[in-house]
Design a protein around this ligand. Sequence first.
Ligand SMILES: [Zn+2]
Ligand SMILES: [Zn+2]
Length: 521
Amino acid sequence: MRKILLTLVGLLALSPLASATAAADEPVDLLKTLYQKRFTLDHTGAPLVLIGVASGLDAVEISSPEGVDLLPNGTSGVRISGPKTVKITRTSGTPGRVQYYLALEAVPLSDPDLVAKTRVRLAPRGVTAREQGYVISMGPRMLDTRRVLFSLGPYTAPQASEAMARERAAFPHAFVHAEFATLPSGTFVAASGDNAFRVTQTGAMAFEPTAKSPLAYHLDGKAHRVDGRLIIIFGMDGRLILVNELSIEKYLEGILPSEMFPSAPAEALKAQAVAARGQVLAKMGQRHNTDPFHLCSKVHCQAYDGLEKGDPRTDLAVRQTAGQVLFDAAGFPADTVYSSSCGGHGEHNENVWGGKPNPLLRGRPDGPPLDKDLSRFFRQPSRSFCARLPGGAGASRWKVVRTATELQQSLATVGFSGKVTDLVPRRRGVSGRILELEIRGGAKPLVLSGELVIRRALGGLRSSLFVHKKLKDGAFEFTGAGFGHGVGLCQWGAMGRASGGQKAPEILRHYYPGSLLQKLY
Ligand SMILES: [Zn+2]
Ligand SMILES: [Zn+2]
């Protein structure tokens, strides 16, 4: 029998809360459990994810056609059968306290040599090693997202920004991360509309449907139906947060239609489902450190609206790939990043985000080899997989004009003042994406680094794979290819390949070379 063992390590392992393990017969402190973000599995062995669907609330309504069950201590405690609609109202609340750290460098725990070397190298800086992430092991397979953050602090929020400004030149990938010092607390009432049913609760409470019909929460005059259970819990601001706890598979069904059109070829949707599953598993435990959930329902993590967004074709793609995760040759999960269109050639991960080259994220031609002469490349029609379908051609090739005023305005955001006289690409990646661009014409020349920085500074270009032409009156014309960073799976390319008869495993093997597709649960 397959046995799945789950362990959560992380910031918690170093926080005072980790020692507070409740004995088996003690009631579970639901609030504390959620802030610790322990990983649990559903009856199929699929991880449960906690999604923060709304925060800063004073009141919210939860309903189900056959009634709502209240679980004051989570699934392990008592169950109170409530009315069809329960109105939750906050009566008091005390905020928690957060402290901030500046992570100078983040190193995967799976690379002990690098962890040891970094520790020695950064010791003179007075850093502390703070672990983040989780590990799920299943026999010889291990899903390990743990990383060591070599950090300065603790700081207040402004101190952390100051430290960031001070260290940025020496540590270009430094970032601020938050941890909680004390948890929030408070009291709310869960009651029926006529107040005949009324329960007062501190901290948090879980809700499940009494029968088959799903739960819905009511906000802004709209009902949002969700899979799984809902949890009301105090946020760090002392107000209420609504969390949806559900199987990662059901969550994927909810987000897949926002990742790829449900009308896309079935095998492309399956490849997309595997890549999205990998990204959800990678993001869980790496963000929202001081929130009682893994991911939010906003664009920051992935726009999610429960059962309101489902589609039979994307649902099927998730079900047909249930539990399938890509691993590298060493048995670690692949970082399955993706973007809309590579434009004809994928990009190396280190060229976009820095860090070590990832053998699974090598930029390769998405069809015929890239013409090194870019002006000739742009004169010829695209023959790449991402340009095969009618919709993909537009994402694969584009042309845009920026007037002198538009350029002046957008370049002001990166500290450039003056009139742009010329743009000089200093360095291009393997896909042709510009990684360093010199802007001439200001008081002194400005060099922009990073494909996203360059795209934004030029008023939001689809990609940094472009050539330009100076027009009259200081305007510039950009002729480009691709949409997004181009690392990992090319979504339009996957659709082009699937329309040509390729199956999902073959598509995944192309975009993540050397990866292995495995069923994790
Ligand atoms: Zn988020
Ligand atoms: Zn492509």
